[in-house]
Design a binder for this molecule. Structure first.
Ligand SMILES: [Ca+2]
Length: 482
């Protein structure tokens, strides 16, 4: 098992200069004309996995990776996969194609109750939402015999099983179910208010037996719509997530033959949205033969057409390192094209940016660790990558007479490179101090560029001070663990 054995520096982009808050004004985003190098964007974090389809954390330093065949495996903070699985239920999982063990969510009080919830397709093509319990004696093991059925849903066809489940910031469990499969939703199930298929459900697993319907659900006590339904009109919401900061809900809904879409519900939303399928695929009418003209559909915030692309893998809003260029951006990928993008809002409009093209992966899922760092798994590459902080050219305010200073990280070593953008032969002094102000490295040079290795230092925050022609630049650096 390859582990991320090298420590690396993550750069924080805030640069202070003469009390002017500095903006990242240059275009440091990925140039779509150039194939980005994977090591600049992501690093291989864990390898040798089998069929990884979901990544979750339990509020500690471990990552839990769902193997579609019916296992949950633990990856330690060094990227090492435990020999023994956390959970082995392969005997009751029907594996193959879009079937298998598909989703995992830890109870918000997992630390005290040991409960976690899974979504799997079992015998007879029935989707099971079940609760399991961790072993009370071994935190790296769960009790496979502790299964408690929460909800089941027969699947009329083998595809479009949804598979994801997440606890929302409200403490309720959200369950994404696909339209039941085949193509074109032949039973018009996603629009049928009396079926779970093609819906997002919201249930309260802390009350009732085995659950209660929250009184705040949009169709609570409705006679025409099942009370569990939170949103309708989804085709196959394979991966969805909540923004851990804002509570916004992001859904990647896999399209039919033409259009992939991202749906969005702002935090505080009351639910009840109808995302359109099968009346609409993206923003285009797909089959309006039984569509009620009075129904209000909620359009996606972003769509993209098929071509190289064919199946969206919804991701997460990056909430890892606050000063990263990616902070607050929603990551998503396409399973077929191996492309990853980000979305963010600018002047009221959603803007897509290319993150990169990483052939040979078949990205199935994103996941966060307890700190909000972002990971993505490839089914084909059987690898989990970690999204790196984005080191960028930090320019000072536009009045800066000195030009720009660029500080570069080297993920594969301890080295830091400074490019001062000037070459007047004057002495440039640098110091590196830890957060308590204790000096750990000091040097001076007259060249335009300088590369140094401060040696082995503990993980933590450091301040790089650069003095050039009497001006003082301070850059915060984080020495991150693997
Ligand atoms: Ca839709």
């Amino acid at each position: 098992m390859k582990s991320l054995h090298k420590m690396f520096w993550l750069l924080i982009l805030l640069l202070t200069f003469n009390n002017t808050s500095c903006q990242n004004t240059d275009n440091t985003k990925d140039n779509p004309k150039e194939e980005p190098k994977i090591e600049n964007k992501m690093v291989s974090f864990a390898t040798g996995l089998t069929n990884p389809v979901s990544i979750a954390n339990a509020g500690d330093s471990r990552l839990f990776v769902v193997d579609q065949e019916g296992y949950i495996r633990i990856v330690d903070p060094n990227g090492k996969v435990n020999d023994l699985p956390f959970l082995d239920i392969h005997d009751r999982v029907t594996f193959g194609g879009e079937r298998g063990l598909l989703g995992l969510a830890f109870h918000p009080d997992y630390k005290t109750n040991g409960y976690f919830y899974v979504n799997y397709v079992g015998k007879g093509d029935v989707t099971h939402i079940s609760r399991f319990k961790a072993s009370s004696s071994n935190p790296d093991m769960a009790d496979a015999d502790s299964e408690v059925a929460i909800l089941t849903q027969p699947q009329p066809f083998i595809n479009h099983n949804g598979g994801n489940l997440c606890f929302g910031p409200d403490g309720f469990l959200y369950i994404g179910l696909g339209d039941g499969g085949s193509e074109g939703d032949p039973g018009n199930r996603a629009q049928n208010p009396k079926q779970f298929l093609g819906k997002m459900l919201r249930i309260d697993v802390n009350n009732g037996n085995p659950y209660a319907i929250p009184a705040s659900n949009p169709f609570y006590n409705s006679k025409t719509t099942l009370g569990e339904i939170w949103a309708l009109g989804l085709r196959n919401p394979w991966r969805f997530s909540f923004d851990r900061l804002t509570g916004d809900l992001w859904i990647g809904d896999v399209g039919q033959d033409a259009i992939e879409e991202i749906d969005f519900q702002p935090s505080g939303d009351k639910g009840g949205e109808n995302y359109g399928w099968r009346c609409y695929e993206g923003n285009k009418i797909y089959n309006d033969s039984e569509c009620d003209s009075k129904t209000t559909f909620t359009p996606p915030i972003y769509t993209y057409p098929h071509g190289e692309e064919c199946s969206v893998t919804g991701g997460f809003v990056y909430r890892g390192t606050q000063s990263s260029s990616y902070y607050g951006q929603y990551f998503f990928a396409d399973y077929c094209s191996d492309r990853i993008w980000t979305l963010h809002k600018e002047a009221g409009n959603w803007v897509k940016e290319d993150f990169g093209h990483f052939p040979g992966n078949s990205f199935t899922t994103f996941g966060e660790d307890a700190q909000g760092q972002l990971y993505i798994a490839g089914a084909k590459s059987k690898t989990i990558f970690k999204v790196l902080d984005y080191s960028t050219t930090a320019t000072s305010a536009n009045a800066d007479p000195m030009g720009e200073i660029k500080v570069t990280q080297f993920p594969s070593s301890n080295k830091i490179r400074i490019e001062t953008g000037r070459n007047n032969g004057n002495e440039i002094q640098i110091t590196l101090s830890d957060i308590k102000g204790i000096l750990v490295y000091k040097a001076s040079f007259r060249e335009a560029n300088y590369e140094f290795d401060p040696g082995t230092l503990p993980f933590g925050t450091y301040l790089l001070n650069i003095v050039i022609d009497g001006k003082n630049f301070v850059q915060k650096l984080i020495k991150a663990g693997p």
